[in-house]
Design a binder for this molecule. Sequence first.
Ligand code: APR
Length: 252
Amino acid sequence: MTAITDIAAVGTWVRDARAIAVLSGAGMSAESGVPTFRDAQTGLWAKFRPEELATEAAFRADPRRVWDWYASRREMMKDVHPNAGHHAIAAFQQRHPGRLTLITQNVDGLHQAAGSVGTLALHGNLFEDIWLDPCMGAPGHGGVCDVSRALPGRPPTCADCSNALRPGVVWFGEMLPAVALAAAEDAAQACDLMLVVGTSGAVYPAAGLAHTARQSGARVVVINPEPTELDSVAHALVRATAAVAMPALLGG
Ligand code: APR
């Protein structure tokens, strides 16, 4: 049975750890004002579930609706800033270079904005656009669609063929970026402490990294105000929020 542990006890594990892996989820950004995935969607998006929008099929069926959903999320992020939890992770990385590997499921860029380095972004980046399909090969097109010449639209399209831009995030059912995932697997195997913060542990392969860490002999700590699907993998549960727990564990 996993013990619910106070932050001070886990703090000694952090101090003694040679290699720390942090696996973060949407709860990491909750105290920055960003709704989590399992929070109810609001406004005109309230009638949709993320699973109905964040898929290639949804985009192909209604590119404008999915593009607009991501545009509304980008717009919402304009006034959002990293919180004390993001800053604590970044500051620890700066004080102890190479000792903490950050793996995130988040696409909001807040870890990076806080100064985290080498962030393994398993689900992509909300603010990046990529082409939906390989180049459609219009005559004289040279086989590469040029983002700088994309025609404005919802979504923007290639000036030379009918290719569309799409958000550079990993949609349900899509493969994760192989290089980031391999590096995350390596970090989970090599760490002697994994801090799992702000994730329900509902989505694989990201959630599987906690199992990998445990099986590789690391101590696993789940930091979440609520129970999660990874609690059974943890040696310790810290029932606290990210912006409170991470500064307490890693230093402010
Ligand atoms: N501090 C820490 N955790 C928090 C906080 C907080 N302030 N507020 C909420 N949480 C926790 C919730 O209790 C929940 O367990 O954050 C978790 C958020 O869970 P989800 O909404 O499922 O988000 P996440 O786990 O990141 O989802 C994983 O699923 O939808 C896909 O690709 C998407 O990356 C996402 C993945």
